[in-house]
Design a protein around this ligand. Structure first.
Ligand code: MN
Length: 142
């Protein structure tokens, strides 16, 4: 059974990027632009991993993470936070909020894939990666 990733991202350009990468990596996905829907979507779709933009409208991505971590059935779901460049210094706050890993935009494809694979295999994920990577993709910084 193909594993499913819940993509929580409000920027259409980034949604498209993440969806394209999930297909390339061999995962199914469900996408929402509204963090308020994450708990309900996770209950219905049972994703193997949640990929969440921290900067969302209506609710902070960190508050969404707190909701997931407080839910008896969802609390062990791996979560990767994606942050804007300006938030790189907030790594500790993001990890303390309950995320398993975080990555700054622009996302570098290979470290991103390795992080997802590591979380889904139950092995420790690399944390922040070097900013410069030959396959770095520029995405909207929001
Ligand atoms: Mn955003």
């Amino acid at each position: 059974m193909t594993r499913k990733v819940l993509i929580v991202e409000d920027e259409p350009q980034n949604q498209f990027l993440f969806e394209t990468l999930m297909e390339a990596f061999g995962y199914d996905y469900v996408t929402t632009d509204d963090g308020r829907d994450v708990v309900a979507l996770s209950r219905s779709h049972k994703p193997s991993l949640i990929l969440i933009d921290i900067q969302l409208p209506h609710i902070s991505g960190l508050d969404v993470v707190a909701q997931v971590r407080a839910d008896r059935d969802l609390k062990s779901t791996p979560i990767i936070a994606v942050t804007a460049f300006a938030m790189r210094g907030d790594a500790q706050r993001i990890l303390e909020a309950g995320c398993d890993a975080y990555m700054s935009k622009p996302i570098s494809i290979e470290p991103f894939r390795q992080t997802i694979d590591a979380l889904l295999d139950g092995t420790p994920a690399p944390l922040e990666q070097p900013k410069r990577h030959p396959f770095a993709v520029s995405v909207a910084n929001q």
